[in-house]
Design a protein around this ligand. Structure first.
Ligand code: SF4
Ligand code: SF4
Length: 326
């Protein structure tokens, strides 16, 4: 997203960038990690806490994850330094804010240090059901409209990364959080090899290879971001002009895993548009796709994770405009 503010002010980047070394010398380093349930916020914070502890820092970590796997807000405070008294980061005191979801990132911005705070955010949108209250399929969502460029103006150093897409291209969407760890690793002084060691300890064994690839992708992405103020970004490189997520027209796609559906009927009864039904084999199906708003209630309520709702961005905004005026 942006070049480091230090460059803009003519001061060497290293003078402003928070670092493990700096934390050792003075105040605790405050890292706030936020997202929604199921994105792997806690794994990011555990890997960081483990790494900091292995380097001899005192570490305090606190988290709230009551709605994990159900789309609720999840956040974790990680503080490390020579001595740490409180486990929570006061407002305006976070050195680094890592957000796994765009709107969650914006919501927590007041916690970032205004002059030196670093904002690292996935542009991934996870739209909550109340964003679809207009009940018009394809209508623009009630979702944050700030563009990365606007956010950049409010932070000392900021990066908006399409980490989820990068992880998908690696073959594992769930590695998006590790792409962000790669980005985070560039603003702390721990050696890359130690990060990789920490990751290998915290991800499932069979996914170590893809997660290490994701980690390196995140690191390289930041390097490219710092170089591309004058150079056109390559594929996967940072885009300075990512559109405001809410302004992107979308189409809804339901992914149903029939073998996981236990015919409980919950989604059928609670879909606000009544567009689901159980078929002859008592497996859920989308009976009236034209009525589906993509509100995601079915996905959030299904106890067996049998439904996933995809909001696919479409190239032409005419669909959104039509939805808005229908
Ligand atoms: S099918 Fe799911 S996403 Fe579509 S309107 Fe119903 S509850 Fe919402
Ligand atoms: S809530 Fe889940 S398990 Fe129940 S009918 Fe719907 S898809 Fe099947």
């Amino acid at each position: 997203m942006s070049a480091p503010s230090a460059s803009r002010s003519g001061i060497d980047d290293e003078q402003l960038r928070p670092s493990a070394t700096a934390a050792k010398a003075r105040e605790p380093m405050n890292v706030l990690i936020v997202g929604v349930g199921g994105q792997g916020v806690i794994m990011v914070s555990k890997a960081l806490a483990w790494l900091a502890q292995s380097k001899g820092f005192e570490v305090k970590q606190s988290e709230v994850h009551g709605m994990a796997k159900r789309g609720g807000t999840v956040f974790s405070h990680v503080r490390f330094g020579p001595q740490v008294w409180s486990p929570t980061i006061p407002k305006g005191e976070a050195d680094i804010l890592v957000a796994l979801e765009w709107a969650e990132g914006l919501r927590w911005l007041p916690f970032l240090k205004p002059d030196t705070g670093i904002f690292i955010c996935d542009t991934k949108r996870i739209v909550p059901p109340f964003a679809c209250l207009n009940r018009r399929p394809g209508a623009p969502l009630r979702y944050s409209r700030e563009t990365p460029a606007e956010v950049k103006a409010h932070v000392a150093e900021g990066y908006a990364i399409d980490a989820t897409r990068m992880a998908e291209e690696l073959g594992n969407e769930r590695a998006a959080n590790v792409v962000l760890i790669g980005a985070l690793s560039t603003v702390l002084d721990f050696p890359a090899a130690d990060w990789e060691l920490a990751l290998s300890a915290f991800v499932p064994k069979k996914t170590i290879a893809v997660n290490l690839d994701a980690f390196r992708l995140g690191r390289n992405w930041i390097d490219a971001a710092r170089r591309t103020t004058t150079v056109a970004p390559e594929a996967g490189a940072p885009a300075a002009n990512i559109p405001a997520p809410a302004l992107v027209a979308y189409s809804v796609r339901l992914e149903i895993t029939p073998q996981w559906c236990k015919s409980c009927d919950i989604c059928v009864k609670l879909c606000p548009e009544r567009c689901l039904r159980l078929n002859d084999e008592r497996i859920v199906e989308l009976a009236q796709p034209e009525r589906c708003t993509g509100c995601r209630l079915c996905e959030l309520l299904c106890p067996d994770f049998a439904i996933r709702v995809h909001l696919d961005a479409v190239a032409n905004n005419a669909a959104a405009a039509q939805g808005a005026t229908a």
